[in-house]
Design a binder for this molecule. Sequence first.
Ligand SMILES: *Cc1c(COP(=O)(O)O)cnc(C)c1O
Length: 246
Amino acid sequence: MSEALTPERDARTQELKRRLDAVQLRIADATAAAGRTDDPPRLIVVSKFHPADDVRRLATLGVSDFGENRDQEASQKADVLSGLGIRWHFVGQLQSKKAKTVVRYAHAVHSVDRPQLVESLARAMAAEQERSGRDSLDCFIQVSLDDDPAAHRGGAAPADVPVLADQLEEAGGLRLAGVMAVAPLGADPDRAFAKLADISARLQASHPAAVAISAGMSQDLEAAIRFGATHLRIGSDILGSRPAVR
Ligand SMILES: *Cc1c(COP(=O)(O)O)cnc(C)c1O
């Protein structure tokens, strides 16, 4: 680690610590208000568009889970930061042909939304098991919460969740963790996350181990916690706004 990254000396580390503390306070307050102190959600810091050095700084502050939404950027960071014990979560739309590289570094994929992607991930994990002996990849079924199908921003229709769940359960090397969603732009987050909680309850009726709910971003983490989120994906409130161009 370079001297500039010594926590006491580095202004960026101080800034990240302030922002991280503020978000963790919000999470603690919302967790207590929801009566979930015994079962707090896990924080995933979404580091897309921010440099690997910021991930390193946050790792020194105790963050262990990071999210990325583009394979190339994620694999580069995972490579540079290997050895820090970071768990990488892939949270973006994923092309099937990228499955092979994603399984090399990702602990979990939060954006499984179609049968073809399940097939590609299963094939990629079979090869990865051969290569590295790695056991399994956590998979979240991403669900679209848009009422208007035309506004669709990724994610399976709720009606397609059971088929994807069965397919994931049967595929070797993939573990069905639960569901993931992004609240639709302009929608009431309470209403969106209530719908997600309902989808999760129906999934758990047939797949009792699929208890995870990945929901909640900077703007709506309190609502997500109220409706049972187990994994929060927080970017800008910790790292600042993302650069427009890179
Ligand atoms: C960028 C991103 C986030 C983080 O959003 P913020 O509003 O910056 O907290 C969460 N989930 C997904 C899928 C994302 O792409």
